[in-house]
Ligand binder design. Structure first.
Ligand SMILES: C[S@@+](CC[C@H](N)C(=O)[O-])C[C@H]1O[C@@H](n2cnc3c(N)ncnc32)[C@H](O)[C@@H]1O
Length: 217
């Protein structure tokens, strides 16, 4: 005599498969939810981390994260040799120029950076290198940051922002301020020195110092 399928038999069969009171389809659904949750969470976390790196492309002036080379950093320090006091790197990235400036004796050496991960990374590096008391990193927009208190300013920008930045610098900096532009020069100011070559070139300016002597292009 063949046994007729019954509700009790089905349940016993699923129990035998190790499913307890759950049907296999319910188990699969549960596992699917867990996998979807994990991948969704990972994708969200990745987006949160990556967004600050891609968002510069959406701004009026696109200034992406491109770290200075070692020889660029050396050229910046050469340009400011003999100088001291307050220092700022506008768009400080991972903090390498600020940390090198602090090591060279600039105090405080500060960075202005929009990307929160790069600000965090810079602070951790400062801590690791024992420079946290002589450095600070501000999570701020460089266009809204006052440059007046800084006698030493560094910018590694992009060509399309340099003219606007030059106006901001000329309006805000005190006489005697030394400005170093990396890779792209300030378009309408004559540099007092050019150091390095190719992509690592830096230009030194003292815009409100002695306008007659420097002259304009
Ligand atoms: C070309 S990288 C230079 C990084 C660093 N100064 C160096 O030389 O290694 C420019 C940096 O400026 C930051 N940045 C872009 N727009 C900014 C803004 N409006 N205010 C502050 N930082 C900005 C970017 O996130 C990027 O880290």
């Amino acid at each position: 005599m063949t046994q007729k399928p019954s509700v009790q038999n089905d349940a016993a069969f699923f129990e035998l498969l190790g499913g307890g009171k759950e049907k296999p389809s319910e188990k699969k659904w549960g596992a699917g939810m867990v996998i979807a949750g994990i991948t969704g969470g990972a994708a969200l976390a990745l987006s949160v981390i990556c967004l600050p790196f891609v968002s510069p492309a959406l701004r009026r002036v696109c200034l992406p994260y491109v770290p200075a080379t070692n020889s660029q950093v050396e050229n910046v320090l050469k340009a400011l040799r003999g100088r001291s006091g307050r220092f700022v790197d506008l768009g400080s990235g991972d903090g390498r120029i600020v940390l090198s400036a602090a090591q060279a004796g600039f105090t405080p050496a500060e960075g202005v950076e929009l990307n929160p991960w790069l600000v965090l990374y810079s602070k951790v590096q400062a801590l690791r290198q024992g420079l946290s008391s002589t450095t600070s990193f501000h999570r701020r927009d460089l266009w809204k940051f006052s440059l007046k208190p800084y006698p030493n300013i560094v910018i590694f920008g992009v060509e399309e922002m340099m003219e606007e930045l030059q106006l901001k610098l000329e309006n805000e900096v005190e006489a005697g301020t030394h400005i170093v532009a990396c890779r792209f020069p300030l378009p309408k100011l004559k540099p007092v020195a050019t150091i390095g070559s190719g992509l690592d070139t830096v230009w030194l300016y003292t815009p409100n110092n002695n306008k007659e002597q420097e002259g304009r292009y």
